[in-house]
Design a protein around this ligand. Structure first.
Ligand SMILES: [Zn+2]
Length: 258
């Protein structure tokens, strides 16, 4: 059994054929999928998908850094209210993204810290999105880490030193389709890192692995990522499957029967 720790299957890209994608996931053994929220606009479709597949789809709640602007307090208010009303597997996705726009860098930092404090108070893991900001997000989490914080640096594509820092502060590396891109360089950085600190993810519909690069990504492509990771670490794919699944189960406090 595989677990996709990060997918957005509730987005419009799947509205026509989500049932088929779910079937393909089952065929490939991808039996549990964790769904990070984006912002207020995605909340309803997120909840709808979870209601359709309650034993397979596990929602998270939070505000994505690209949705942080001058109105971010409103976004945070809604996310917090939902966290108090419903069950979520974690806080996400949260972090800092300086690739598209640096205008709200300060607000992104503030929203990131606030949401990490929620995770601490609610004893939940959180999922970190960082783009052009990996050192900064590692730094923020390091400073707030008091031994209780847990989570995933989603879509890890940093270097070995950054990977080791993430492991030192007790966090996991989310390994996705980027590992299948020949020129991305992330494979070389992972060769000396233990599978014990990794989980698998797709980030569907984004970041499709080779040979589907540029097309819609789907959670049933998780085995492609597992194969590449096994080759990179020179271990059996069954080991990748077993250990990354256990890592995900240990992290998220969702009841899963093995
Ligand atoms: Zn995402």
């Amino acid at each position: 059994m595989f677990i996709d720790t990060h997918a957005h299957l509730y987005l419009d890209q799947f509205s026509d054929d989500i049932d088929m994608v779910v079937e393909l996931c089952k065929e490939e053994g991808v039996e549990h999928i964790y769904l990070p929220n984006v912002d207020a606009a995605t909340v309803d479709s997120l909840h709808e998908l979870v209601e359709s597949y309650p034993s397979m789809m596990h929602p998270m709640m939070g505000v994505h850094p690209c949705s942080i602007n001058e109105n971010y307090r409103k976004e945070l208010e809604l996310a917090l209210r939902l966290l108090e009303q419903r069950e979520y597997a974690g806080i996400g996705e949260i972090g800092i993204d300086l690739y598209w726009d640096k205008t709200f860098h300060k607000e992104q930092q503030e929203a990131f810290r606030i949401q990490i404090e929620w995770a601490r108070d609610m004893n939940k893991p959180f999922v970190i999105h960082s783009r052009d900001s990996l050192d900064e997000t590692i730094d923020i989490v390091s400073h707030l880490q008091d031994g209780t914080l847990t989570g995933i640096f989603h879509c890890f594509n940093g270097n070995e030193e950054q990977a080791r820092k993430i492991i030192d502060i007790g966090f996991l590396l989310g390994i996705g389709g980027v590992i299948t891109f020949k020129n991305a360089g992330v494979r070389e950085e992972l060769v000396n890192i233990s599978i014990n600190h990794m989980v698998l993810e797709t980030d569907a519909p984004y970041l499709s692995p080779t040979p589907f690069r540029g097309k819609r990504n789907q959670s049933n492509y998780i085995p492609i990522i597992a194969e590449q990771l096994a080759e990179t670490l020179e271990i059996e794919v069954e080991q990748v499957e077993k250990i990354t699944t256990q890592n995900a189960i240990n992290l998220f406090n969702t009841p899963i029967q093995l």
